[in-house]
Design a protein around this ligand. Structure first.
Ligand code: 13P
Length: 265
């Protein structure tokens, strides 16, 4: 089975006002009209979804939500449904990010409901898992992330498209990353879990790495076997930081391993 198309995703978290839409505009302008091999997506706060999606439309930039609530509508003050995010132009959604799990008490069971809601609302989920520093220090990384993924996925995915992101909690915003071997091992374990749920399709399911990805380390991370993209936080806020990561992905997905880009300079 061929390697999935790389997904280069930028999570703006709780950053961004209307004045920052220029960054998305710069990114869209750089991508527009090029034959970009990777899929490139930004996840702004919900307040900017509508305007960013309009600016991105038809220009090779996808836009997604950072979270949804699992119900389609109802008396759930402050919540946004999959249908609502879709309605303003989102095509993807991040689910179970460690900040949602840690700061808002989100459980695997809730993430699972949200994955089902995303399917219902025709949003493509990125399901995040990752171990804390304590779990890592106790040698429990693989057991933790595999059980998180198992419990965060519905029993059957049918034909639905899904992405997984491995984001070690201790690496997020910390300027630290696991070794490339550790990333490879984590991705292999997660793909085994996926294979139990979706069989051969697991090979075609993108598994992203996230946690302190920058222009400096993106090429090395994207060259790791089993890494099908990156989920980037702070280095996605400015196009000048994010674009080099996109170009690193382009080089990584060239059949000649980037020789063509090297020639182009
Ligand atoms: P940083 O890239 O800022 O470490 O954040 C990673 C992340 O949490 C992306 O979802």
């Amino acid at each position: 089975m061929p390697r999935p198309r790389l997904l280069i995703a930028g999570n703006w978290k709780m950053h961004g006002l209307a004045a920052d839409l220029g960054e998305a505009e710069t990114l869209a302008a750089a991508l527009a009209g090029r034959r970009v091999r990777s899929r490139v997506a930004l996840f702004p706060p919900a307040t900017l979804l509508d305007r960013m999606a309009r600016a991105a439309q038809g220009r090779g930039l996808l836009v997604g939500a950072q979270d949804i609530y699992h119900e389609p509508s109802g008396a759930f003050t402050g919540a946004i449904s999959a249908e609502m995010a879709k309605d303003v132009g989102a095509s993807l959604v991040i689910l179970g990010h460690s900040e949602r799990r840690r700061d808002f008490g989100e459980t695997d069971a809730q993430v699972r409901l949200k994955v089902e809601a995303a399917f219902r609302g025709r949003l493509e989920p990125i399901v995040c898992v990752g171990e804390s520093a304590e779990v890592r220090d106790a040698g429990g990384t693989m057991a933790r992330i595999e059980s998180q993924l198992r419990a965060s996925l519905p029993e059957s995915l049918g034909e639905q498209r899904i992405n997984v992101a491995y984001e070690p909690v201790w690496a997020i915003g910390a300027g630290k990353t696991p070794s490339l071997e550790e990333i490879a091992e984590a991705h292999e374990g997660l793909r085994r879990v996926l294979a139990h749920v979706i069989g051969d399709q697991a090979q075609a399911t993108p598994i992203l790495y996230g946690g302190s990805v920058t222009a400096e380390n993106a090429s090395a991370v994207l060259a790791v076997s089993g890494v099908d993209g990156v989920l980037v936080g702070s280095a996605s806020l400015e196009a000048a930081d994010f674009l080099p990561i996109v170009w690193a992905a382009e080089a990584a997905s060239e059949p000649d391993g980037g020789f063509e880009s090297w020639l182009r300079g």
